[in-house]
Every structure is written in C-alpha cells, then in structure tokens.
Design a protein around this ligand. Structure first.
Ligand code: NDP
Length: 234
C-alpha cells in the first residue's frame, strides 16, 4: 500500500536519500525545505522554514488535503553553527535550537492529529551521536539533539496506544554538505570510527526505511545509532 511520507530537509544530503528511498518503493513522498527543492519523483515539494510554526502547520495542512493522512514523518531538517561555547553568540545558539529542536516539534505536532485519527503512524526524528559522544564546538547542536530524545520519548508514551511509534536515529559521521565544511577535522574524526570510514546517506536512509516498515511496528521510544561504531553503547 502506498504511504504518505513527509520528509523535512529533503533538498539534499540525508533527507534527499530518504525521499529517494521511499520514492523507489512507490510511496507518495512530500519534501519540505527552505529552498523548496526535492528529488525527482516527489509528489510535492514545499518551501518551508521548519523553525516557523505557522509555515510548518500550513504545509502539513496542504499535504494532508492533497494526499490524505501522513503515515510517516521524517523530521530531518537540521543545521550546524559550530563554535566554542565561550564564544558562541546568542544567534548561533538560537538558530540551531530553533531549526533542529523547535522544527522537529512543530513538524511532529502538525501530523499528530491525523495519525491519531488513523490510529497508526511513524515519527522518525533525525538526531545525532553528538549529545552522547560530546563534540567540542557543538554545545548548541548537541543540546538540540539531546532535547529531541526527550521530545521523542515523551511523545512515544503519549501515542503508543494509538499504534504510533516515535524513534530517534543518531547518525555518526555521514558524507554530506554539512560535514564537507569540516576540512582536516574530517580525517581526525574518521580515525575515531571503528569501521574506519564515514557513512553514506544511504546508510541512514536504510534505517529510516526499516523503522517505517511493518517489521518495526513494536519499536518505539528508541535511539538507534548508525555510526560505524563511533558512539557504541550510547
Ligand atoms: P545538509 O546540510 O546536507 O542538509 C540539510 C537539509 O535541511 C537541507 O535539505 C536543508 O534544505 C534543510 N534545512 C535546513 N534548515 C532548514 C529549515 N529551517 N527549514 C527547512 N529545511 C531546512 O545536512 P545533512 O543531510 O548532513 O543532515 C540532515 C540531518 O541529519 C540533520 O538534522 C543533521 O543534524 C543530521 N545529522 C547529520 C550528520 C552528518 O554527518 N551529515 C550526522 C548526524 C546527524 P534548505 O537549505 O533548502 O533549507
């Protein structure tokens, strides 16, 4: 059966790979991003700033009107604004919290009533190993991604009786535009990965696909790493 899958941050990187994964399964995929671009094959692509509650709510209303209840939400949109905490500006802190944590909450809240009515649904938040591993320069990012775990687990308990699962994926070091900015730090980080190489967007998309599948119907409130062993035991 075709599912209605909503992916935030679908314009590139991990989000684009996730959208492509579901497109290949003939699902109805709707991509959200600030630029409004999304991979070929998406049923809709909408320009949305996930940090704006109004913008997210309007986009979700539009896709529900066009495609019916959302079966799968992948709250993937995220940014980094790294810097050591003692020099981190208010703006760096707020931008990351707004996009990465407010955005995840606004996206989940917007799909909940349709999932509750349908008595089914999958919410997948794109977290990170950052809050578990501890990464200097990422106080804002790690705080947002740690907040996402609390959000997911509270929500998981609120909606479990309606057969809606809520989980967090914690990628390690994945080859995208976000990590291409790291320069030589990239080699130092790769050396820490037990599997000895960075991950691909497809590695993350595969886990998203599993969590959205019937095989994962009894998995909720979990944080699952896809990191080549980087933060094992998180
Ligand atoms: P990219 O920078 O490659 O892509 C980020 C995506 O998010 C883009 O589609 C961007 O689209 C979108 N986006 C950013 N801000 C907003 C916003 N305010 N509203 C709507 N869309 C937005 O990042 P990755 O693919 O690497 O990362 C995707 C997710 O995975 C993020 O949440 C990131 O934190 C997480 N992650 C990534 C890791 C990695 O190693 N790459 C490791 C751990 C976690 P546009 O610019 O068009 O808005």
């Amino acid at each position: 059966m075709t599912r209605h899958v909503l992916v935030t941050g679908a314009s590139r990187g991990i989000g684009a790979a996730i959208a492509e994964h579901f497109i290949a399964l003939d699902d109805t995929v709707v991509g959200l991003s600030r630029s409004g671009t999304a991979p070929d094959g998406c049923a809709m692509s909408l320009a949305v700033d996930v940090a704006s509650s109004e913008s997210v709510t309007a986009a979700v209303k539009a896709t529900i009107a066009a495609n019916g209840p959302v079966d799968v939400l992948v709250a993937n949109a995220g940014i980094t604004r790294d810097g050591l905490a003692m020099r981190m500006s208010d703006e760096q802190w707020r931008d990351v919290l707004s996009t990465n944590l407010d955005g995840a909450f606004f996206s989940a809240r917007a799909v909940l009533s349709s999932m509750i009515r349908a008595r089914s649904g999958r919410i997948i938040f794109m977290g990170s190993v950052s809050p578990f591993y501890g990464v200097p320069g990422q106080a804002n990012y790690a705080a947002a991604k740690a907040g996402m775990v609390g959000l997911a687990r509270s929500l998981a308990r609120e909606v479990a009786s309606r057969a809606i699962t809520v989980n967090v994926i914690a990628p390690g070091f994945i080859d995208t535009e976000m990590t291409s900015e790291l320069g030589s730090t990239s080699d130092e980080m790769t050396a820490l990965i037990p599997m000895g190489h960075v991950g691909t967007t497809g590695d993350v998309a595969g886990l998203v696909g599993f969590l959205a599948s019937d095989c994962a119907a009894y998995i909720t409130g979990q944080v699952i790493a896809v990191d080549g062993g980087l933060a094992m035991g998180l």
